[in-house]
Design a protein around this ligand. Structure first.
Ligand SMILES: Cc1ncc(COP(=O)(O)O)c(C=O)c1O
Length: 350
């Protein structure tokens, strides 16, 4: 169990907790725990297929979406090996680091391209140049909205880039935080898969954020049927377990909970933006369940001091300095954070 002494505002979890409907579904499913989870897995695939209007063979369920990330990497590494080609992954930094961790573990070189200094967005020219100059297969891992910045990349730019990319450039687009996006210019890359914009596009979603099921480990990839079949070869069998599958279905069917979940995060974001404005600390326009904000000072010291006040905030995200990532928890948790931040200001620490 987690140590309840701390406010856990460091892992972008949804501290509203699982929906009552998810808990009930898990409890009711326990009698089936001795069976392999084919039926609930199939039901979840069918539900996802109707939500996104894609066919069932365009979906790969994961034991958390990070399993889909790993399998996509391995699938492409294997393809490159079979074709006698080189393989690399290209990522912006900072970003969610699990793709790079998996790549390191299996010996895939990772090229890191810092986000731009002007607006912390992708450096399209450098990303593309890195792949253009590489004689082999390149996989771009792009998180949109990005973690830790919380901002979105301009839809048209991203879409144009992907649609004009050569055959040896692949895109793993992680939309873990898509449900929080309010910017009307944002378009889900699942639409691009449906439009056949690129055969080299894999889109990743998770149930760990808006659906509050991080501990249940459910995520999925959407792509064209052939790519999904290739990815599936690297997924573990029956990966999404019974509890995770029934909890995910129950949550998707629980419109009231989903609305509450979104409303709660939006309320918490508003509270934090208000205090940051009040203290004159700048922040990036968050389109997610966390916010990247300025702390004016040494980040490590700030993280340690927050911990001394029983609050865990986000880690360091090089190469960006002077900014911290805060998970938007429940409003009552935000009230404690706001009080602490104001105390830090009184002490001259921020
Ligand atoms: C961008 C991104 N993708 C994926 C994940 C993890 O997803 P899952 O819990 O489905 O493995 C996270 C978790 O913080 C994340 O930030």
């Amino acid at each position: 169990m987690q140590n309840n002494k701390f406010l856990e505002l460091n892992a972008n979890e949804n501290s509203l907790g699982m929906s009552a409907s998810a808990k009930q579904a898990i409890t009711e499913s326990l009698g089936e725990g001795f069976r392999y989870p084919d039926n609930p897995r199939n039901a979840l695939i069918s539900k996802i297929s109707s939500i996104h209007d894609v066919s069932e063979n365009q979906i790969s369920l994961g034991n958390g979406s990070t399993e889909n990330i790993r399998a996509t990497l391995q699938m492409l590494q294997n393809k490159a090996l079979k074709e006698g080609r080189q393989f690399q992954m290209v990522i912006p930094v900072p970003t969610f680091d699990c793709a790079a961790m998996y790549a390191n573990a299996i010996g895939v070189p990772v090229v890191k391209i810092p986000v731009t200094a002007e607006n912390y967005d992708l450096d399209f020219d450098e990303l593309q140049k890195t792949a253009d100059e590489f004689d082999g297969i390149s996989l771009f891992y792009i998180c949109n909205p990005n973690n830790p910045t919380g901002i979105i990349t301009a839809t048209e730019k991203l879409k144009t880039w992907i649609s004009n990319a050569p055959d040896n450039h692949y895109f793993l687009l992680d939309q873990a935080y898509m449900d929080y996006v309010s910017d009307p210019s944002f378009e889900s890359a699942i639409e691009w898969v449906k439009q056949g914009l690129s055969g080299n596009l894999v889109v990743i979603h998770t149930f760990s954020k808006l659906c509050a099921l991080a501990g249940m480990r459910v995520g999925y990839a959407i792509s064209n049927p052939q790519t999904i079949e290739n990815i599936e070869a690297f997924m573990s069998m029956d990966n999404t377990n019974l509890s995770g599958a029934v909890a995910a279905i129950a949550t998707l069917n629980d419109a009231e909970f989903l609305a509450l979940s979104l409303r709660t995060t939006n309320q918490s974001r508003q509270m934090i933006e208000t205090v940051l404005d009040e203290l004159g600390l700048c922040y990036l326009p968050s389109q997610s369940n966390f916010i990247f904000y300025e702390i004016k000072g040494d980040l490590k010291t700030y993280i340690d001091r927050m911990r001394d006040h029983d609050i865990k905030v986000g880690r360091e995200f090089p190469p960006v300095t002077g900014f911290n990532r805060l998970t938007l928890g429940r409003p009552d948790e935000m009230a404690v954070f706001v009080k602490t931040l104001k105390l830090f200001r009184e002490k001259g620490w921020v």
